[in-house]
Design a protein around this ligand. Structure first.
Ligand code: HEM
Length: 637
């Protein structure tokens, strides 16, 4: 999986030093781009969604940074290749070798992807005119930056979920934190005060994420007891100290903000603070680049090679039993990060409503938390652990992620909460975060996916695309693939159940009958899929489970058949529940409609005006009269 781990040490410190430097420039340049795009799309005032003049001017900075990022990303590929092959840099400049590295070696593919994203950002940055465009490009840049981390030396150590997920969170968080501070430094004094207020929220969350992910990262790589004197450990400690310094400066920010000082005095002081903060961050970035291009000290009790750790990223667990299924915890850092972020955003929304004196049902909050708990259990709990080693446990995780957790989440009305609590524009002209969210909800892309047929295709069609092609085996083997697969299960489930039983507003209201039809279709397609799995005669995982040499429940085909019956049993129940819920909603909506018509009739009757029914009858009478008139004219009466 990671040849880098083997060849890095042997290829000589010169190339290593160059790799650290080009990595640093790559990270610094991509941070500058993210900082500029964050300022353009989130910190600076927009005009009804269009970028203002100051924001448009920032594109030049992004353009230059983009150029540096492209050079650094390309250099990184050459240097990593030279490391791989343990050859001088010149020898790595061979087109055939480069081509096979970026097309056949996973790390090479991810690094090439990063280079392509850097080029894309540079091409598109000049065309960005709207908030949406800036946010989209920022997300693309973040994606490009983290891709190689999924295949870096992090992947060589056990406990992949933590060792791979935590550096990804680390890098995304520090991109927003350092990038935001860099962006603030570029702004005109008149727009800084407004930008600082908004950035301080991002900075707080990003700092927490950088520290937690950094510590988790260090924990998976370092046994401090034995390795604390190594240069790797010393640099980690140095970074902790620098981070404490940054947190102190951040605290200064916030206290001067809360004291309302930012608007008037202290701009000079403020810019000085930014200057100091950026200098410390640059040192931390350099140290981080060194850490990520140098091997952590090998653990004293380094485990010998075993297939499970190499393929699944975790040592083979003992045979599953109730205790292990309930109590095991194998953290999937990325999903933990997503769950913590979503829960923090939801609870913050509920807190805001309560503080405003508005009501929000506690049932909804509990439903949301149950959904989050189920996702955490199916990715980091006992089921999440065994899902890596057995098809049947994988299917249980799939059903929890795709069928059960989404029902709890859509019934907690997260979109309604967002619409009621997201910040409005800071000035009359500004569209604001809420406005951008509303525009996104009404976009053509969202309208396409909330179409019940499209939602059903994604929900059930993807089952066949995943399990009856080589996709499943491929995604089980790669960290980014496994994460993407689980994320797909959750998102496809959220979309489907939002369309069918969601309590949130939907751009296009789906008639109840249509929902029932879609649910029946989902039920039969799901049953067909499960039966196909139960009657399968060959293994669908392309040898993934076989390569793990699992000492328990060794009959892989039987385990696959069991997965089919689990899919059937656990899949049909939520759909059945959704069917019952849809029927109840239907009856309830009909009686509500009937009451509305009655109330309206009474109100109109009280005002002596014909009610809807009378109106309708009048309309029919008019039609009949017109027809009679036409007929009599035709007859020439
Ligand atoms: C509590 C504080 C922190 C700790 C414990 C910490 C720890 C770590 C660890 C263990 C790594 C992984 C290295 C590897 O891949 O082997 C890392 C990577 C990195 N850190 Fe930190 N870090 C902290 C704060 C920061 C801060 C404040 C910054 C920058 C402002 C930063 C920038 C980086 C960078 C750029 C990388 C390389 C990421 C990559 O793989 O591309 N870190 N850090």
């Amino acid at each position: 999986m990671t040849l880098l781990a083997v060849s890095a040490t042997s290829s000589g410190s010169f190339i290593n030093a160059l790799t650290t430097i080009s990595k640093f420039f790559g990270i610094a340049a991509s941070i500058a781009i993210v900082g500029v795009l964050l300022s353009m799309g989130f910190l600076l005032e927009d005009e009804e969604g269009d970028l203002g003049l100051e924001a448009l001017k920032l594109r030049t900075v992004a353009l230059w940074s983009g150029g540096i990022w492209i050079i650094a990303a390309a250099t990184n590929i050459i240097l990593t290749l030279a490391n791989f092959l343990d050859v001088p840099i010149g020898a790595a400049f061979d087109w055939t070798t480069i081509r096979s590295f970026v097309t056949q070696i996973t790390l090479g593919q991810y690094m090439f992807f990063q280079l392509l994203v850097a080029i894309l950002v540079v091409i598109l940055i000049r065309r960005v005119r709207q908030v949406g465009g800036a946010i989209f490009l920022m997300m693309a840049a973040l994606f490009g930056v983290v891709a190689p981390i999924f295949q870096s030396h992090s992947a060589a150590s056990g406990s992949h979920g933590l060792a791979v997920g935590s550096p990804v969170i680390h890098v995304v968080a520090l991109m927003l934190w350092v990038g935001g501070v860099f962006g603030l430094g570029l702004l005109q004094p008149h727009s800084r005060a407004m930008a600082v207020r908004r950035f301080s929220h991002v900075a707080l969350w990003a700092t927490i994420a950088v520290v937690l992910s950094g510590v988790a990262n260090a924990w998976t790589r370092l046994n401090f007891a034995t390795a604390w004197q190594t240069s790797y450990a010393v640099i980690v400690i140095a970074k902790v100290v620098l981070t404490l310094g940054l947190i102190f400066i951040g605290y200064q920010y916030r206290s001067s903000l809360n004291a309302g000082e930012v608007t008037s005095i202290g701009w000079a002081k403020f810019s000085k603070l930014i200057g100091i903060e950026l200098s410390i961050m640059i040192v931390a970035l350099a140290l981080g680049s060194w850490l990520s291009t140098n091997q952590p000290p090998a653990p004293a009790n380094e485990t010998k090679y075993d297939a499970a750790t190499f393929i699944a990223g975790l040592p083979m667990p003992k045979a599953p039993n109730l205790t292990r299924l309930v109590l095991s915890f194998e953290p999937d850092a990325l999903f933990i990060g997503l769950v913590v972020l979503a829960t923090a955003l939801y609870l913050r929304g509920v807190y805001r409503l309560h503080r405003q004196g508005d009501y929000w049902s506690g049932i909804r909050t509990i439903s949301f938390l149950v959904g989050m708990f189920l996702i955490s259990y199916a990715t980091s709990g006992g089921i999440g652990l065994y899902a890596r080693f057995s098809f049947s446990y994988h299917m249980i995780a799939h059903m929890i992620l795709g069928m059960i957790a989404p029902i709890f989440i859509v019934l907690s009305a997260p979109i309604t909460l967002a619409l009621r609590t997201l910040p409005q524009g800071r000035t009359p002209n500004e569209r604001g975060v809420r406005g951008t969210f509303v525009v996104a909800l009404h976009s053509r892309l969202v309208s396409f996916w909330v179409n019940p047929v499209a939602a059903l295709m994604l929900f059930d069609g993807s089952l066949f695309a995943l399990y009856f092609t080589s996709l499943f085996g491929g995604m089980m083997r790669s960290d980014i693939g496994h994460f993407a697969m689980n994320l797909h299960f959750v998102l496809a489930g959220l979309l489907f159940f939002h369309v069918i039983i969601g309590v949130d507003p939907n751009p296009k209201r789906v008639p109840h009958l249509m929902r029932m039809v879609i649910l029946f279709a989902a039920m039969s397609i799901h049953a067909f899929f499960s039966v196909a799995l139960m009657s399968s005669t060959s293994l669908l995982d392309r040898g993934y489970f076989a390569q793990l040499h699992r000492p328990w429940s060794a009959d892989l085909l039987a385990d696959q058949h069991l997965a089919g019956s689990i899919g059937w049993a656990t899949g049909e129940i939520p759909i059945l529940l959704a069917l019952v819920a849809t029927f109840i909603f239907w009856v309830r909506d009909d009686s509500r409609e009937a009451k509305r018509i009655d109330r309206n009739a009474e109100r109109l009757a009280a005002m002596g005006e014909p009610d809807e029914l009378a109106h309708y009858n009048q309309y029919l009478a008019k039609l009949a009269q017109r027809d009679l008139k036409i007929e009599s004219e035709e007859r020439g009466d």
